[in-house]
Design a binder for this molecule. Structure first.
Ligand SMILES: Cc1cc2nc3c(=O)[nH]c(=O)nc-3n(C[C@H](O)[C@H](O)[C@H](O)COP(=O)(O)OP(=O)(O)OC[C@H]3O[C@@H](n4cnc5c(N)ncnc54)[C@H](O)[C@@H]3O)c2cc1C
Length: 242
């Protein structure tokens, strides 16, 4: 059994609803500096069976990666929305979706003092670019928010956000944000395609295309952006509708 040395035990500090469908948890833990990078935006979140009764770790504070540890109920991927490693906290925004699984239910029930675990960081960010097209559903909003922090002020482009509940995003003046309802996937993809064509005409070979969200949307996006070289394209299915 391999033990993860990038595992951290975390405690819930606060929980607040930032939109009707999004819960923000602030989690505190030790030695978080490895997570404070824009190169890897995500963490594996380990959800305990009993968040209120503590956490079984090995002697070195690590955890069994295979989740054989009886105190672990599930692992899910989430994005670090905010981090202050010096102060020892991160924030994660959880989508409160129908048919909530362990991740969503943990966020809904979380109280100060509850425990969970994180490991990582993992996943890639967006490479420096002068133009971008970002598209994602509600699960992608934390990553979009974080990516926006890395865009140069002169960056141009478009963000297409599929969410019934818009949240504040801080973007360069040349980047527009289009909010669309979750049901408008097809139209959102068409807009993304048009936005890509427009930025490619204005700044040929400089547009970074980023997309994340439900599996089928990402598959369709892959088809529409085949011509974009892999170094300027990052598409990632975040969840699958069943
Ligand atoms: C790299 C990465 C980063 C991610 N970052 C975030 C993040 O910052 N915030 C965030 O909220 N999610 C994020 N996700 C998505 C999240 O991991 C999934 O939505 C996950 O399935 C939620 O787990 P759960 O235990 O709540 O539901 P599960 O047990 O996985 O699923 C239970 C049921 O809910 C459905 N379901 C799952 N997610 C959704 C959804 N979003 N909308 C509607 N139905 C859903 C499933 O199809 C299933 O029927 C990320 C995923 C990846 C891969």
């Amino acid at each position: 059994m391999r033990q993860r040395d990038d595992f951290r035990t975390m405690r819930v500090v606060s929980s607040r609803r930032i939109s009707p469908s999004m819960q923000r948890l602030r989690l505190t833990g030790d030695d978080l500096h490895r997570f404070a990078t824009y190169e890897n935006l995500h963490v594996r979140l380990y959800i305990p069976k009993e968040p209120r009764s503590g956490w079984n770790t090995t002697d070195n504070g690590s955890i069994d990666e295979s989740l054989n540890d009886l105190s672990v109920s599930a692992m899910r991927y989430y994005t670090i929305r905010h981090i202050d490693a010096d102060a020892g906290w991160i924030e994660i925004d959880f989508v409160l979706h129908d048919h909530g699984g362990p991740g969503c239910l943990f966020a809904l029930a979380a109280r100060a003092g509850d425990s969970c675990g994180i490991s990582g960081p993992c996943g890639r960010g967006v490479k420096p670019c002068s133009s971008c097209v970002l598209i994602g559903d509600a699960t992608a909003l934390p990553a979009i928010g974080r990516i926006c922090e890395t865009l140069v002020p002169a960056c141009i482009g478009r963000i297409i956000a599929l969410s019934d509940h818009p949240i504040a995003l801080s973007v360069p003046t040349g980047v527009s944000v289009t909010w669309m309802p979750t049901s408008a996937r097809k139209s959102a993809l068409r807009i993304a395609e048009m936005a890509l064509r427009a930025t490619e005409e204005e700044l040929p070979d400089q547009t970074f295309v980023w997309g994340a969200g439900e599996f089928r949307m990402i598959r369709e996006l892959e088809g529409l952006t085949k011509h974009v070289p892999s170094e300027r394209r990052l598409l990632m299915p975040y969840w699958k509708s069943v």
